[in-house]
Design a protein around this ligand. Sequence first.
Ligand code: FEO
Length: 397
Amino acid sequence: MNHRITHIKDDIYWVGVVDWNLRDFHGFSITRGGTYNAFLVNGPEPVLVDTVKAPFTQEFLAKIAEITPLDKIRHFIVNHIEPDHSGAFLAAIQAMPNATIYGSENAISGLHRYYNFDREIELVHSGETRELGGRTFRFFETPMAHWPDSMMTYMPKEKVLFSSDIFGQLQATSERFDYEVELPIYDAALYYANIILPFNHIVLKTLELLPKNDIAPEIILPDHGIFWKDHVDEILAYYKCWASARCAHGALILYDSMWGSTDIMADRLYHQISGSDVKVRKMHIRTNPMSRIVTEIMFSKVILIGTPTINDTIFPSVGQLLIYLQGLRPGPGRLWGAFGSYGWGGGGVEYLMRWYRENQHQLIADPVESRFRPSADIHQACDALADTVVKTLGQVE
Ligand code: FEO
């Protein structure tokens, strides 16, 4: 097996790159690097599918050139224009003067806004089939999953689906297939929670439309991470679960603390809930990467957020989490609670409650708020909140 230019099947090659040192993926932190996947379907009229992030342009072009001269490439399909996949677009079209470029309507307008070029791009529509160099390609738009231009391309004879960002995961590996590595379900979940979560309804619709359009892939090739081959059914099932909140179980306690009072309350809540058989997690907001916190939110049915008050308002780290969640929209099917502390006057918990209302999150109970160190009354109130969590989860799970 050639790890550098992986032959997938039937003259379909991976010509992407591995970014071993990727830790900040346009704003969210990851720990294991990543890949930008691009593919070459070789034959009498070679077809390129997607490119890579700009710094890897030369490596990417050199890989293609090992398979076929660049000026022999006749077709270039753009599934997605976000710069991690279109960064090498300009260099690619210059190196491939004989290639016809294909993209969705949004891809065409977006590419012209990103890059200065005067090549025509052929518009392809969702459901359209093209015979390119003796191979069949079907295009299937997935607008807003996760960009307006997003599109999948399917090769029905080979049963290969180029799925763009959907089904991706971020990890740097020399191996390319799911059967060669420890199955990266958590990486796929983290990717889903941080990238795809706001578009749950589109994912569900897409998953329904795949079989209706006779798309039954034997291999899924996402634009990031390993390829799904032995575990196609599993990743489809996981996506259904993540998109529908059926994967949400148990309780999650998220908190920050200034002088320890909110910390004490978080401990008390954890102590009381963990005395039951309810699954519970406790995460300090400043200690854990935001990307992992939102992944745990996706897996949780009840989320309790604790904040101290600073300068009459919410603690900055908790506010940052709320802003991030506001865009990710974890959606219905979850219950939320608030707790926290203050010294001179309140404000932190009040801000949190206002945010819950404005974002239409369903509350599990009234908030618990302590002035300075939690008193015996506050401990009892935390126990009561925890008991409500246990009782509610006992009824819904
Ligand atoms: Fe991997 Fe939406 O770019």
